[in-house]
Design a protein around this ligand. Structure first.
Ligand code: BGC
Length: 453
């Protein structure tokens, strides 16, 4: 324990420190919930929904062609044109569109009109507006899929809350918005979760990839299950295909109260100020949308008690969501006794001239929040690997937390090793462009399997 950190701060973060015993308990509880999501009779009341994705084929490496992709669900909205030329030659043109935050809580019509507008602009810029290209729609929210190109939105997450979309088929909403414009010809052939895109993209180069994980604004994982176990798939006993990708939607784990033993008072405060209180409990302990706010709440409490930043007044840190999760990655990037990135963060927050002890305390709080995130994520992955009952697996991962936090990969690996049965081998691989390449690969599957239907 760093000597510069005072007792008050140590006490405040205590709740974030989960030991091995608690992690084993998380795995146990999560295993139960995962099984409930998969089984037909318990699915309706399960919190980890384990949605069937209708993706039954992993890439062969032989997929070719030109596809459009839309990516909605993180901090940016993107449109992509993906050309699969060979296994090593994939051409991607993409454009990110600034996503007005008012759209996140406006009407569904405004949202889909905006998506169609960006898509039209992009298609015209790339001269493909009349090509009737197949489109893969990466829509990273819980969808109850009824086919590869039909998905009913179950709930919004990650701060989105657009009216009139829950309960609707989002592919139809997109297609209608495209048709309202009438200036482009597009064929939406698949809708997919970002975890599935991540899995597919990674599997294109790593044939042993069986899990896709996102630790970014939100958090979730998907994995390859035996079709016979995917009981919510109508053809689970008759399908000729042995596998089915399952979108766990693990973010909702704990919504029934089983995670209270790893939650803190700070988690409860964060939860209350989100548009979806009581929902996405596991995600709110793990993902980038919430980590910064958790740190901020601890810091503000410490300031209030005179335990940190005494004499430094900052208005900014008192504002909700002002502490970005990327600050945690920055602060933890500094070497021991170094505060270069930390100083930058403090400067941005308007905290000037703080003591070394304050900076140590801040780092200590960041570490407490990020290591709990990595531990819980490790629990989730171990739950899935145990369920799959395999001895070797590659896990494709994307998301800003995993990518930019300097120790996340190592922490994840360390805790997984401690939790997994001896002899189980795994590899954590950054997956490149799941929502582009991955979406194109799913769209390719859809196009190829069409004539047989
Ligand atoms: C959504 C998931 C998504 C995850 C990562 C969660 O909030 O419910 O569908 O995969 O975020 O983007």
């Amino acid at each position: 324990m760093p000597s510069l950190v005072n007792m008050e701060v140590e006490l405040a973060v205590k709740g974030f420190l989960i030991d091995q015993e608690k992690m084993v308990e998380v795995v146990e509880r999560m295993t139960k919930e995962l099984k409930m999501g998969l089984a037909k009779d318990t699915h309706p009341r399960a919190v980890i929904k384990c949605f069937v994705t209708y993706v039954q084929d992993l890439p062969t490496g032989k997929e070719r062609g030109k596809y459009l992709a839309l990516d909605l669900g993180g901090t940016n909205f993107r449109v992509l044109l993906v050309t699969l030329l060979s296994q090593t030659d994939i051409h991607i043109t993409s454009k990110s569109y600034e996503f007005p935050s008012t759209l996140m809580t406006g009407t569904g019509k405004a949202l889909f009109d905006f998506l169609a507008e960006c898509l039209a602009e992009f298609c015209k810029e790339n001269a493909v507006e009349n090509d009737n290209l197949p489109l893969g729609f990466t829509f990273s929210f819980p969808l109850q899929q009824q086919g590869l190109s039909k998905g009913i939105l179950v709930a919004w997450t990650k701060g989105f809350n657009c009216e009139g979309v829950v309960g609707k088929n989002v592919v139809q909403l997109l297609q209608e918005a495209i048709e309202r414009r009438g200036d482009i010809r597009i064929n939406t052939v698949a809708v997919l979760n970002d975890t599935v895109g991540t899995l597919m993209s990674c599997a294109f180069n790593h044939p042993n990839c069986r899990i896709g994980l996102i630790v970014g604004t939100g958090s979730n994982a998907c994995y390859v299950e035996k079709t016979v176990n995917a009981e919510c798939f109508e053809g689970y006993q008759t399908s000729p295909k042995p596998s089915m990708v399952i979108n766990c939607e693990w973010g909702a784990f704990g919504d029934n109260g089983v995670l209270e033993f790893v939650r803190t008072t700070y988690d409860k405060v964060v939860d209350k100020v989100t548009p979806n209180p009581g929902k996405q409990t596991f995600e709110k302990c793990i993902s980038g949308m919430y980590m910064g706010e958790l740190v901020r709440l601890v810091v503000v409490e410490m300031i209030g008690r005179g335990a940190m930043f005494v004499g430094d007044s900052s208005q900014r840190i008192q504002q909700r969501w002002s502490f970005k999760s990327s600050y945690i990655s920055d602060i933890e990037s500094d070497g021991p006794g170094e505060y270069r990135s930390c100083n930058k963060v403090l400067h941005e927050l308007g905290i000037i001239g703080s003591q070394e002890a304050d900076k140590e305390a801040l780092r200590f709080i960041c570490e407490a929040v990020s290591s709990r995130s990595a531990k819980l994520c490790a629990c989730g992955l171990v739950t899935i690997i145990n369920k799959m009952n395999i001895n070797e697996v590659v896990i494709g991962i994307d998301g800003s937390v995993y990518r930019y936090h300097p120790k996340y990969h190592d922490m994840l690996q360390f805790h997984m090793r401690k939790l997994l049965k001896p002899g189980v081998k795994f590899e954590l691989v950054v997956s490149e462009d799941g929502s582009g390449r991955g979406a194109a690969l799913v769209a390719a599957t859809a196009v190829q399997s069409k004539p047989k239907m």
